[in-house]
Unconditional design. Structure first.
Length: 171
């Protein structure tokens, strides 16, 4: 497999993995918890989900894919209990799925192409890398907040526990 496809496929898989973790978190929380803020300088989980959807739309779907950029970034953070959990997750899922379609059409040559996103002149590769990194960063915040709100271990790495490791045969 060519290096460009490895990068693009890995980027898509990482977005899907983080999306599934966000979904698991949202399913453990009430709407009140999803939209709660400790203070006005904090973002609610709901705001982070809206922000991720806006970021992926602007950077991948628009910046890389050429769709119109209609992002209202400030509104992502200003929202207060704007939508139901299923609608919130549905928006993020649709955005990530559309971004994956865009990524599937990116060629090796396009990875070096210069694009302008949010006043930044960057390559398509840098734009994709930014989105995956940004998505992972905010997913970590959502996971942390979910653990704080529920007191639960979400089990994303339970397969690495000592008990699980000892049950496997080593070569």
């Amino acid at each position: 497999m060519d290096l460009d496809r490895i990068f693009l496929d890995c980027s898509s898989r990482r977005l899907v993995l983080q999306l599934s973790r966000i979904g698991e978190c949202l399913n453990k929380l009430s709407p009140g918890e999803i939209w709660s803020r400790g203070n006005e300088n904090e973002n609610a989980i709901g705001n982070l989900v809206l922000h991720l959807s806006g970021n992926v739309q602007q950077w991948i779907i628009s910046g890389v894919g050429g769709a119109p950029d209609n992002r209202q970034r400030d509104a992502e953070f200003a929202a207060r209990a704007l939508m139901e959990t299923s609608e919130l997750m549905g928006r993020l899922e649709a955005t990530v799925n559309e971004a994956i379609v865009v990524l599937s059409g990116v060629t090796a040559e396009r990875l070096a192409e210069q694009v302008r996103i949010q006043k930044y002149d960057i390559t398509v590769l840098e734009a994709i890398y930014h989105v995956v990194e940004h998505f992972s960063q905010h997913t970590g915040q959502i996971i942390f907040a979910t653990k704080m709100l529920t007191g639960e271990d979400l089990g994303f790495y339970k397969h690495l526990s000592a008990a699980a490791a000892h049950s496997e045969k080593t070569p």
